[in-house]
Design a protein around this ligand. Structure first.
Ligand SMILES: Cc1cc2nc3c(=O)[nH]c(=O)nc-3n(C[C@H](O)[C@H](O)[C@H](O)COP(=O)(O)OP(=O)(O)OC[C@H]3O[C@@H](n4cnc5c(N)ncnc54)[C@H](O)[C@@H]3O)c2cc1C
Length: 547
């Protein structure tokens, strides 16, 4: 069907000290931590790494300014510390971003309280106060905002990871380098439980169609919003659910006249906080909070949510004339928050919980509930300690060989361009998405003109990146590549014709026949449409809501 670059040897009968179920940000971080502690580790993911809620987030690496409102000071402290580490160790993927908190005269939040909160936030981060927006930026923004209001602006700094999919891919490679065995498109059908403890996991390999059984000393359930489902299918009985799923939706708009260059944190039409962010040369607006206990794989934004986000951003920027038709696409994910039926969604703690299943008749199994992109590494250390492993020191980050290459440095760009005989733009793209591995990819590109060719006519990312994704980053399907390892299909101008062109160029290098090409393309388009609900569907949803 597709190129499986890494042969999938059977796992039947093998013993692993730890089996990690779920390859989102938390699962890859836990697998990396356990493998670094020297334990035989297996990480399995039913679809693709990072295809769950991790790729449906707002993509902010934040200390959690909002958690201050709920008095979660320890969580803010931990998040700020982890944010700084990501800024340092993954500087090609995680970059500082300037935030403007906007309030108008009808806001219920008092300016004094906000100022005090920001002062505390910056103190806790141990950084000098943010330099602030320039006069010109503020003027430009003021011109675009609704002139009928009196706006107050508050500056602060946080960070953004435009592609958490790439963060997961790198963490995955680090887990593999530390000795973990990893398998995507492999589902945990059930955890085997007998005599009050777990013994292993029954797996289904969706590529080979085989069912395999592995033995395990520990199982860590990192399946995010699927965590209760994994327990149910393993007949692990609990007196209440672990999760109270809260759906969050986003819309993606093309840049519009006056669209902000800073990240905007403001209030939606109902006074809830929302973000309007520059993202991937587009504008990302989110999010909502709607209780949702349906299958997380099927979750989509409702008409009401799309409408709410459109109205909120249109009200903020009336001159841009934003309507449902402006929406390029919309996507949704379920926050795997702890079950907390008595709390408003915004008041449910964002701190992670490690649920030990000893009292549920399944000793040596832990379910991870909650967590953030920002705090995945510290969650993984907690998890390792909980199962008696020696966790890595918070400040040691073992990375692949070679010094860091900074995509902002022209020298690094020139060096990659020279190694791969590619344009400076392609070299910069490689550095931004692949960091230290850019040099290896450039060497692959050097082999032929086909490998140096762009993936589609509108991108500077090249076919060599795709080949490396199949070869070394455990991509199996075209969607694994174009949505997550080399996520060009998230870009502003991607269309069906780009998909066809990309499949042709990739297929030519990988030797696909017509049938393989057709199957890859069809599966890719289906997955893209299921994730990024196209504008037409969002529009239909809006019309339905208006009826
Ligand atoms: C709308 C929204 C906005 C957010 N914004 C931010 C933000 O800006 N910053 C931030 O830090 N955090 C944010 N978060 C939170 C963050 O995205 C999540 O907490 C985090 O991604 C959870 O990662 P995870 O690995 O636990 O779950 P997931 O990424 O969902 O990973 C779980 C994986 O388990 C797999 N799986 C499930 N069942 C099985 C099985 N039986 N066998 C094998 N695999 C299985 C799934 O396919 C899935 O890939 C946001 C969340 C949402 C919903």
């Amino acid at each position: 069907m597709v190129l499986a670059a890494n042969p999938r040897a059977s796992l039947e009968g093998q013993h692993f000290y730890v089996v990690v179920i779920g390859g989102g940000i938390n699962g890859v971080a836990v697998a990396r931590e356990c493998a670094r502690a020297g334990k035989q580790t297996l990480l399995i993911e039913q679809n693709d790494f990072a295809s769950g809620v991790t790729s449906r987030s707002t993509r902010i690496i934040h200390g959690g300014l909002r958690y201050l409102e709920h008095g979660e000071l320890n969580l803010v402290r931990e998040s700020l510390r982890e944010r700084e580490k990501l800024l340092r160790d993954k500087s090609h993927l995680v970059h500082p971003i300037h935030f403007l908190l906007l309030l108008n005269e009808s806001s219920e939040r008092s300016a004094m309280k906000v100022r005090a909160g920001l002062w505390l936030y910056e103190r806790m981060a141990g950084k000098p106060p943010s330099a602030g927006a320039t006069e010109m930026e503020l003027k430009r923004l003021e011109r675009a905002l609704d002139a009928g209001h009196r706006w107050s602006f508050f500056d602060y700094e946080d960070a953004q990871c435009e592609f958490p999919e790439r963060l997961v891919a790198e963490c995955l490679m680090e887990a593999v380098e530390a000795g973990a065995v990893v398998r995507n498109h492999m589902e945990a059908l059930a955890v085997n439980v007998a005599h009050g403890r777990i013994h292993g996991v029954l797996l289904r390999d969706h590529i080979t169609g085989r069912d395999e059984r592995v033995d395990a000393s520990w199982v860590i359930n990192c399946s995010g919003p699927w965590a209760d489902r994994v327990c149910q299918r393993s007949s692990i009985r609990m007196n209440k659910p672990m999760l109270g799923g809260i759906r969050g939706s986003h819309i993606v708009l093309p840049r519009f006249s006056g669209s902000p260059t800073a990240a905007i944190y403001t209030e939606a039409v109902d006074g809830r906080p929302i973000f309007v962010l520059p993202w991937n040369e587009q504008v990302l607006v989110g999010t909502t909070e709607v209780a949702d206990s349906s299958d997380p794989a099927q979750t989509v934004p409702s008409a009401d949510e799309v409408n709410y986000l459109v109205r909120s951003v249109a009200q903020l920027f009336p001159k841009a004339k934003i309507s449902g038709q402006s929406v390029k696409h919309a996507f949704a994910g379920i926050r795997p928050l702890p079950y907390s039926p008595d709390n408003r969604p915004s008041a449910v703690t964002r701190r992670h919980i490690l649920h030990d299943h000893s009292d549920d008749g399944a000793a040596r199994m832990i379910s991870v509930i909650g967590g953030k992109l920002t705090t995945a590494a510290s969650l993984a250390r907690d998890c390792a300690r909980r199962i008696g492993l020696h966790a890595t020191e918070p400040n040691t980050i073992a990375m692949g060989p070679g010094p860091a290459l900074d995509p902002l440095l022209d020298d690094a760009v020139l060096e990659i361009a020279r190694i791969g005989a590619v344009s400076e733009e392609s070299a910069r793209g490689m550095l931004e998405w692949h960091g230290k591995r850019a040099a290896d990819i450039a060497r692959t590109a050097l082999v032929s003109a086909e490998l140096r060719a762009p993936i589609c006519p509108h991108t500077s990312h090249v076919i060599a990146e795709v080949v490396e994704a199949y070869r070394r980053e455990y991509a199996v399907t075209l969607a694994d590549v174009l949505l997550r390892r080399v996520p060009v299909a998230l870009s502003a101008c991607w269309s069906e014709s780009c998909s066809r062109e990309a499949a042709l160029r990739i297929g030519a290098v990988l030797g696909w026949n017509d049938h393989t090409m057709g199957a890859n393309l069809e599966a890719f388009e289906m997955e893209r449409a299921a994730f990024l609900r196209p504008a037409a569907k969002a529009e239909a949803a809006l019309e339905a809501a208006a009826d």
